[in-house]
Write a protein that binds this ligand. Structure first.
Ligand code: ADP
Ligand code: MG
Length: 409
C-alpha cells in the first residue's frame, strides 16, 4: 500500500515538474493546453496504478482538482470526460460508477467555478482551499465505501492521507509557480529599467537618418550630371531625414513611456513608399535589390514610429546581406488586418537568435547596439500589432507584421 501511495505521489510530482518545465520553455506558464495534457496523463497513470488492496482511494483526484482549479471549468470538463473514459476503459462499468460519476462531476464543477477566485488568492488560502476540497472528496468517498473494513485506524488514514497528499502537492506546485512569477517580475522590471536608459542610446536611432542623409548628400556631391529636379529632391529628402533625426530625439524621451497621444491615420502605401525611397540608397550601397508591392489601406499609429519601425527592420535585413541579395516588402490585406511581410535572402538566424531577438542589447554585429529590434517590438505593440519572425541560417529571414485596419475597405 505504501509503495502504491508513493508511486502515485511520484506520478503527480513528475507531472507537475514536467508541466512547469514545458511551460517554462514555451514561456506561457498559464497554458491550459499543457495543464490539460499533463493532468490527463497523470490521471490515467494514477488510475492504472491505483492503490490496490487497500481502503484508500487512488490519487487521481489530485491532478483533477489541480486541473480544475488552475485551468477553470473548461479544463475540468475535459478532465472529467477523460477520467470517466479512462476508468471505464480500465475497469469496466462497475456498480458504484454512478455515485462515482456524480462525485467527480460535482468536484470538477466546484473546482472550475472557484478557479478565478483561486488564482487570485494568496498561497495560504490556496492551500487551505485545496485541502478542504480534498477532505470533502475523501468524506464522500468514505461514505461510498461504507461497509469495507472499517476500523478506527483505517478511517483515520482514509480521511487524512489523501488530504495531506493534496496539501504537499499543492505546496510544491505553488512554490514552483512562485519562483516562475518572481523571475518574470524581475525580468520585467529589468526591462523597464533598460527602457528608461534608452534615452542615452538615442545615438543609435539617430544614426539611421544620418546615414541616409549622408548617402543623399554624397550622391548629390559625386554626380555632377544629376538633373536639377533630382538634385533638389535628394536634398529635400536629406532635410526631411535630418528633421526625422531631431524628431526621434524628442520621441525617444517620450518613448520610455509610450503613450498613444498623437495617433493619426496612416496610409501604409504612402508611408512604406517613403520608407522604400529612404532605404534605396542604403540598399544600393550594399548591392541589395528591392522588390516591393504595397496595397492601400489605413491603419492607426504614429508616423514617426511607423517609419522608425520599418527602417530598423529593413536596415537589419540589408545588413544581413553583406554580399548583396534581394529585399522584398509585400503587403496583403485581410478583412480586419493588414499583413506586411519583409523578407531578405541574407545570413538568417539560428533558433536561439530568433528567441533572443528584441532582447535589449542582443546583437551579433561588431558595432551593433542590439536596440533596433527592441524598439520595433515596442512600436508594433503600441500600435496594437503583432510580429512574427521566421528565419533559416543561410537562406534568409522573413518578418511578418500585422496591424489592425482602422478603416475597413
Ligand atoms: P543590431 O542591428 O544593432 O545588432 P537589432 O536589435 O536591430 O540590433 O538586431 C539584433 C540582432 O538580431 C542582430 O544583431 C542580428 O543578429 C539579428 N537580426 C535582426 N534582423 C536580422 C535579419 N534580417 N537577418 C539576420 N539576423 C537578423
Ligand atoms: Mg539593427
Amino acid at each position: 500500500m505504501l509503495y502504491d501511495l508513493i508511486l502515485n505521489l511520484l506520478f503527480i510530482l513528475v507531472g507537475i515538474f514536467a508541466q512547469h518545465l514545458w511551460a517554462d520553455k514555451t514561456g506561457d506558464y498559464q497554458s491550459k493546453v499543457i495543464l490539460t495534457v499533463v493532468s490527463s496523463i497523470t490521471i490515467s497513470l494514477c488510475i492504472q496504478f491505483r492503490i490496490y488492496e487497500s481502503f484508500l482511494p487512488d490519487l487521481a483526484f489530485i491532478p483533477y482538482i489541480i486541473g480544475g482549479l488552475y485551468g477553470g471549468l473548461f479544463v475540468a470538463a475535459i478532465l472529467f470526460i477523460f477520467m470517466m473514459l479512462a476508468s471505464i476503459f480500465l475497469y469496466g462499468l462497475t456498480t458504484s460508477i454512478f455515485s462515482f460519476v456524480l462525485i467527480f462531476a460535482l468536484l470538477g464543477f466546484v473546482c472550475g467555478l472557484l478557479s478565478k477566485k483561486f488564482l487570485k488568492s494568496k498561497m495560504s488560502e490556496k492551500l487551505l482551499l485545496m485541502t478542504c476540497i480534498a477532505y470533502c472528496y475523501t468524506v464522500a468517498m468514505f461514505l461510498l465505501k461504507q461497509g469495507d473494513e472499517i476500523n478506527l485506524l483505517n478511517t483515520l488514514l482514509f480521511l487524512n492521507i489523501p488530504a495531506i497528499a493534496m496539501l504537499i502537492i499543492g505546496y510544491i506546485m505553488e512554490s514552483i509557480r512562485g519562483t516562475i512569477v518572481l523571475r518574470q517580475q524581475i525580468f520585467k522590471s529589468e526591462k523597464s529599467e533598460i527602457v528608461s536608459q534608452l534615452a542615452a542610446s538615442v545615438s543609435h536611432e539617430v544614426r539611421n537618418p544620418l546615414t541616409v542623409t549622408r548617402g543623399f548628400l554624397q550622391l548629390v556631391l559625386e554626380d555632377e550630371n544629376l538633373p536639377p529636379e533630382k538634385r533638389s529632391s535628394y536634398i529635400k529628402l536629406a532635410i526631411e531625414e535630418l528633421d526625422t533625426a531631431s524628431n526621434i530625439i524628442n520621441d525617444y524621451l517620450t518613448f520610455a513611456k509610450p503613450a498613444p497621444t498623437n495617433w493619426e491615420l496612416l496610409d501604409i502605401k504612402v508611408h512604406l513608399q517613403q520608407i522604400e525611397d529612404i532605404i534605396l540608397t542604403y540598399a544600393n550601397m550594399n548591392s541589395v535589390k528591392l522588390d516591393t508591392e504595397f496595397a492601400t489601406c489605413v491603419i492607426q499609429g504614429n508616423k514617426q514610429q511607423f517609419h522608425q519601425c520599418f527602417l530598423n527592420i529593413t536596415k537589419n535585413c540589408i545588413e544581413a546581406m553583406p554580399q548583396g541579395g534581394l529585399l522584398t516588402i509585400y503587403t496583403s490585406i485581410f478583412q480586419k488586418h493588414v499583413l506586411i511581410e519583409i523578407s531578405d535572402t541574407g545570413i538568417g538566424m539560428t533558433e536561439e537568435q530568433i528567441n533572443r531577438i528584441g532582447e535589449p542589447y542582443f546583437s551579433t554585429k561588431e558595432k551593433g547596439t542590439g536596440l533596433g529590434m527592441m524598439v520595433v517590438f515596442g512600436i508594433v505593440k503600441a500600435m496594437k500589432g503583432t510580429i512574427s519572425i521566421q528565419s533559416k541560417v543561410g537562406t534568409g529571414t522573413k518578418i511578418s507584421i500585422r496591424f489592425p485596419i482602422a478603416i475597413p475597405q
